[in-house]
Unconditional design. Structure first.
Length: 301
C-alpha cells in the first residue's frame, strides 16, 4: 500500500541517477568512511514538517513531534537527510481511543516509479480492539510484500521503539528490540532488493477509512477528531564500520521470529496472492499474531 507516499509533496530530486547520486544530504555510511550518528536527535535539526497546514508541530525545544488529523487534512514530515543503508529507531505513541479509519505511517522511501520503500503502518481500530501493525517492502517499484501483526501491548498508552535495520544482506523490522520480520536479500533467485537508492524517512497521519479498519467496513468517527500521534528519541546510524552493517539475528531472535511466522493467519482478503513463481517464498502477504512478553519463552519450542 503506497497511498501515503502519493499524498506527500515531492522534494527536489537529485540530478544524477539514484544509483550514482551524491549529495551533502545523503548519508552514505556504507560507502564513505565517516561515522554518521544522530543520537538524542532534535526534530528541528533533522526533520521538516512537509504538509498539514500547521497540524504537525515540533515541541519541547525539538524533543517532541506531533502529527494531527481532522476531517479537512492529515499531516506529515520527512527527514532532511537521505540514507543508503542504516539503522533507524523512532519512538511513537499512537492515536488513542477510537482510531478506526486512521493510519499512522512511518517509513523509508526513495521517489519515482521504481522507488524503494520500507514500511511500518499502524492501522487504527475501535476502542478496545488491537492496532494492526502493517509492514511492507518495495524494491524497484514492486511491493505486495505485506505482513501484518497484532502487538502485545497498548501502543497508545506510552512510547515504544520501532526500528528498521537495513544493510546489504537483510532488512529487520523490530519493536522494542524484538524482531518481528526479516526480509533477506534474495537477488540470487531473482527477487529485487533495495540497495542503490538512498531513502528519506517519512511519517504521516491520514484518513484511510476506505480500507484501513476491517477492510473499510468501519469508518472514521470524526467526532473524535483531532487524532494525534507523537514521536520522540529519533536515532539513525550510518557508518561503514558499525555493527549494524553485518548484523543478523542470533539463535534466540531467529527462534522468536520463526515462532511468529509459524502463527500465520489467513491473509486479509484485501490483498491477493497472485505472485510470480520466483517470488513465492519471499513475496508473501501474511497476518501474524504476536504473543505477549510473558509468553516469549515458548517461542523456541
Amino acid at each position: 500500500m503506497n497511498t501515503h507516499l502519493q499524498s506527500l509533496p515531492s522534494h527536489n530530486s537529485l540530478s544524477l541517477p539514484r544509483s550514482m547520486a551524491v549529495s551533502s544530504s545523503v548519508l552514505f555510511g556504507f560507502i564513505f568512511g565517516a561515522l554518521v550518528v544522530a543520537s538524542a536527535a532534535n526534530f528541528y535539526q533533522d526533520f521538516d514538517l512537509t504538509w498539514g497546514d500547521g497540524r504537525g508541530k515540533i515541541l519541547n525545544n525539538g524533543d517532541l513531534l506531533t502529527l494531527s488529523l481532522d476531517k479537512p487534512s492529515g499531516s506529515g514530515f520527512q527527514s532532511k537527510n537521505e540514507y543508503l543503508f542504516g539503522k533507524i529507531d523512532m519512538q511513537l505513541k499512537l492515536v488513542p481511543g477510537n482510531s478506526a479509519g486512521t493510519v499512522t505511517a512511518y517509513y523509508l522511501s526513495s521517489q519515482g516509479p521504481t522507488h524503494d520503500e520500507i514500511d511500518f503502518e499502524f492501522l487504527g481500530n475501535l476502542s478496545g480492539d488491537p492496532y494492526t501493525l502493517h509492514t511492507n517492502v518495495f524494491s524497484q517499484g514492486k511491493g505486495d510484500r505485506e505482513q501484518q501483526f497484532h502487538l502485545w501491548f497498548d501502543p497508545t498508552a506510552d512510547f515504544h521503539t520501532y526500528s528498521i535495520l537495513w544493510n546489504p544482506q537483510r532488512i529487520i523490522f523490530s519493536v522494542d528490540g524484538t524482531p518481528i520480520r526479516e526480509f533477506k536479500n534474495a537477488e540470487s533467485v531473482g527477487v529485487p532488493y533495495p540497495k542503490n537508492q538512498p531513502m528519506r524517512i517519512y511519517s504521516s497521519l491520514w484518513n484511510a477509512d476506505d480500507w484501513a479498519t476491517r477492510g473499510g467496513l468501519v469508518k472514521t468517527d470524526w467526532s473524535q477528531a483531532p487524532f494525534t500521534a507523537s514521536y520522540r528519541n529519533f536515532n539513525a546510524e550510518a557508518s561503514n564500520n558499525g555493527a549494524w552493517l553485518t548484523e543478523e539475528l542470533d539463535s534466540t531472535s531467529q527462534g522468536r521470529l520463526k515462532w511468529c511466522l509459524g502463527k500465520e493467519i489467513s491473509p486479509m482478503p484485501k490483498f491477493g496472492l497472485d505472485f510470480e513463481p520466483d517470488y513465492a517464498e519471499f513475496n508473501r502477504t501474511t497476518y501474524v499474531e504476536v504473543v505477549p512478553d510473558e509468553r516469549k519463552e515458548t517461542m523456541n519450542e
